[in-house]
Design a protein. Structure first.
Length: 360
């Protein structure tokens, strides 16, 4: 293995782990403090013609607030689609930075705010634009397929953007066209897609700090305690965990699988922030977070430290004073990165993979 994609610099891993440890979490709130913040946020959303676009992995209070105010709680594909079609002048994206950048790329005329611009993603951090450009330059014969969890500059180098909701269909489509693929950055998802489609894929070697920690050994042990449970797994997880799954899929697909499952107990290998929506879809079922490596001493314990940086406090701060909360992307990068994202959305709409009906 002699290309850049197979050289995961130890230094970069160490930097990512340090950033995980340093991600500041909002202080806990009393019920009356939270209620007061919610009241002020609702008033500001109306006054500023703003809508919340929220990921499944953030705090349940933020997901609930989006539901109550005509916003959207969803996966990254649907968030992009919803934001691009909604008439609000301001999109408030609650997730991690690449989601805010995607919203800005698709809606450059809108103001895009985030509670914090410091919410990173290990996949994004592990795929710097310059290294990625060099990797692409080494393989000019390959179609560049990039997962949404990347910077705007990396997306600008892509032919296609994909999310975990549409990656299988898009890669199958490309394989049918006879194309060889350069895939980045998640190595587990890339390997899963490769196995499912049989496509010729060269993989960048990045990983998600949350999903990479799920443990097959711990899962086997947990299944001995809950022999009738079904296992739902996001394909950013290691192969040994995916192989134990009753259902594998994106966050939206896992929520659907939970609602359709006949089992009373579900073990879920993705960020436990998803439990808020999954419990709505599967009321009465017992949801258990899949075990991580070194049970009890995991680094992230099934919850993304960067998603957890979002709270009611910094959401209110963003609405009160956008300075330091507004997403900005270079115009030239917007123009280039927009093409593969639009391509993905057009394909996904054609396949019925996005069904958002935003209010005007
Ligand atoms: S859960 Fe993983 S893939 Fe999602 S934002 Fe966090 S680090 Fe990135």
């Amino acid at each position: 293995m002699n290309d850049l994609s197979t050289q995961i610099p130890r230094l970069r891993e160490a930097v990512i782990q340090r950033l995980v440890a340093q991600a500041p979490q909002p202080a806990p709130l009393t019920t009356s403090e939270a209620d007061a913040l919610v009241t002020r946020i609702k008033a500001l959303l109306k006054a500023k013609d703003a809508v919340l676009v929220v990921h499944f992995y953030v705090d349940a209070a933020l997901q609930k607030l989006a539901e109550e105010t005509g916003g959207r709680v969803s996966d990254s594909l649907d968030m992009a689609d919803f934001g691009s079609r909604h008439a609000a002048k301001t999109l408030v994206v609650i997730g991690v930075r690449f989601m805010g950048e995607t919203a800005k790329i698709l809606s450059p005329e809108k103001t895009v705010l985030m509670p914090t611009l410091q919410a990173e993603c290990s996949l994004d951090l592990g795929c710097p634009a310059e290294d990625f450009a060099a990797f692409c330059d080494q393989h000019p014969d390959r179609t560049v397929v990039v997962y949404a969890n990347t910077s705007a500059a990396v997306k600008a180098r892509a032919d296609w953007i994909v999310t975990s909701s549409n990656a299988l269909k898009i890669v199958s489509h490309l394989k049918e066209q006879g194309e060889k693929i350069l895939w980045a950055p998640d190595r587990h998802l890339g390997r899963y897609i490769q196995e499912q489609t049989g496509a010729d894929m060269l993989l960048w070697q990045g990983e998600c700090v949350v999903h990479d920690e799920f443990s097959a050994e711990g899962l086997r042990e947990l299944l001995r305690e809950h022999p009738d449970a079904e296992v739902l797994v996001h394909p950013e997880s290691p192969k040994a965990v995916v192989q134990m799954a009753h259902a594998v899929g994106s966050t939206s697909q896992l929520i659907k699988a939970a609602s359709e499952s006949k089992a009373d107990t579900l073990i879920v290998a993705t960020d436990r922030g998803i439990f808020y929506k999954m419990q709505q879809a599967a009321p009465g079922k017992k949801l258990i977070a899949a075990p991580t490596l070194n049970r009890g001493t995991c680094n992230v314990c099934a919850h993304c430290p960067w998603m957890a940086m979002n709270g009611l406090q910094n959401l209110l701060a963003a609405l009160e004073n956008p300075q330091g909360h507004e997403v900005e992307v270079d115009t030239a990068i917007i123009e280039r990165a927009r093409l593969p994202i639009e391509r993905m959305l057009a394909f996904s709409r054609g396949q019925g993979l996005v069904t958002a009906q935003p209010k005007d």
